[in-house]
Ligand binder design. Structure first.
Ligand SMILES: O=C(O)CCC(=O)C(=O)O
Length: 320
């Protein structure tokens, strides 16, 4: 009941960056997420780099680097395995047919994006992407930024390919709606240059960021083209995340961002979203089965929301 009230209060800030810590923020963090906050504050830091990475994330809203900086050794092995599996999917005839415009089944695509893994029926508890998303070092970094032990919200793997259409949806500047603060992770599986649709972010437009006040000017607009954004933030200030395969990006995507419009070649990536326990939107997937391999309490906390998530309601049959 109290969680519902706090979520309703906090959701007035959906797709808006808080500019300062106010009563709603304190309720969200210390009442609605009290136990998670207590765990984050009292847990000893295990990984040496966590503090510095989380500090960059707090100051800039984004941190980018090779995956080895963000994952444990086990996580790096899992990433290698996930990359192998997903690149194999990306080479399949049905996927290539979509990219080449010869596909007849268009159910897996969103015009410019193909889902390389689908979890509509549930995310299997022993899936390599779940194990990777619950990497203890990654969770420690996310926790240190959010100030609370996070909930894994979603897992995805995409292939973005060129189209002739104008930029649409996530290819336009926007803010994400899931929570008051959140972290999205992107891990490139292939080299990403200027032509491959790099993820692009406006640093410091995240909650409590130095540019959060300036960015308020566009609060009423849901999606913005480059021309409009550059009136407020010149392109020199944009963080264009090009990089080799296994570049990893952590960003609070309540800050302005856009991406995924390749003009040449394509872009493959893994993505994870982490929120608090009071997400403003329903979790889009659930974990099926028992993740018996979970070893650390922070992993167990992170998996909790998706383990408790209900199966999606069956799609209504169309009346004939
Ligand atoms: O495709 C990208 O690089 C960005 C995706 C995005 O905007 C999002 O996940 O919110």
């Amino acid at each position: 009941m109290i969680d519902r009230v706090i979520t309703d209060l906090a959701s007035q800030y959906k797709r808006r960056s808080l500019t300062r810590r106010n009563l709603v923020y304190y309720l969200w963090r210390f009442a609605g997420n009290g136990v998670r906050t207590c765990r984050a504050v009292t847990a000893p830091i295990v990984y040496r780099e966590t503090r510095a990475i989380a500090e960059t994330l707090s100051n800039r809203g984004i941190v980018v680097g090779p995956s080895s900086g963000f994952l444990t050794e086990q996580g790096i092995r899992l990433l290698d395995e996930a990359t192998r599996q997903l690149l194999e999917v990306s080479r399949r005839d049905d996927v290539q047919a979509i990219i080449n415009g010869t596909a007849t089944d268009t159910s897996r695509q969103k015009d410019f994006l193909i889902h390389l893994a689908s979890f509509e029926e549930g995310l299997p508890a022993d899936h390599v992407l779940l194990k990777l998303a619950l990497d203890p070092k990654l969770l420690e970094i996310v926790s240190r930024y959010l100030g609370l032990w996070p909930c894994l919200h979603s897992v995805g793997a995409w292939l973005n390919y060129p189209t002739n259409d104008p930029a649409a949806l996530s290819q336009l500047w926007h803010r994400d709606p899931e929570d008051l603060r959140l972290v999205k992770v992107f891990i490139y599986l292939s080299d990403v240059g200027e032509q491959s649709g790099p993820f692009t972010y406006i640093p410091e437009t995240h909650p409590f960021g130095r540019a959060a006040v300036v960015a308020r000017k566009y609060e009423k607009k849901k999606r913005l083209p480059d021309e409009q954004m550059q009136r407020l933030f010149p392109p020199e200030s944009w963080r264009v995340c090009t990089g080799p395969a296994h570049t990893m990006i952590l960003a609070d995507t309540i800050g302005y961002h856009r991406g995924g419009k390749p003009t040449e070649g394509h872009r493959t990536l893994i993505t994870f979203t982490y929120t608090s326990a009071l997400s403003f939107v329903d979790r889009p997937m659930r974990i099926v089965g028992e993740p018996t391999w979970i070893a650390a309490p922070i992993q167990e906390y992170a998996a909790r929301a998706l383990r408790a998530a209900r199966p999606p309601a069956p799609k209504k049959k169309k009346k004939s």
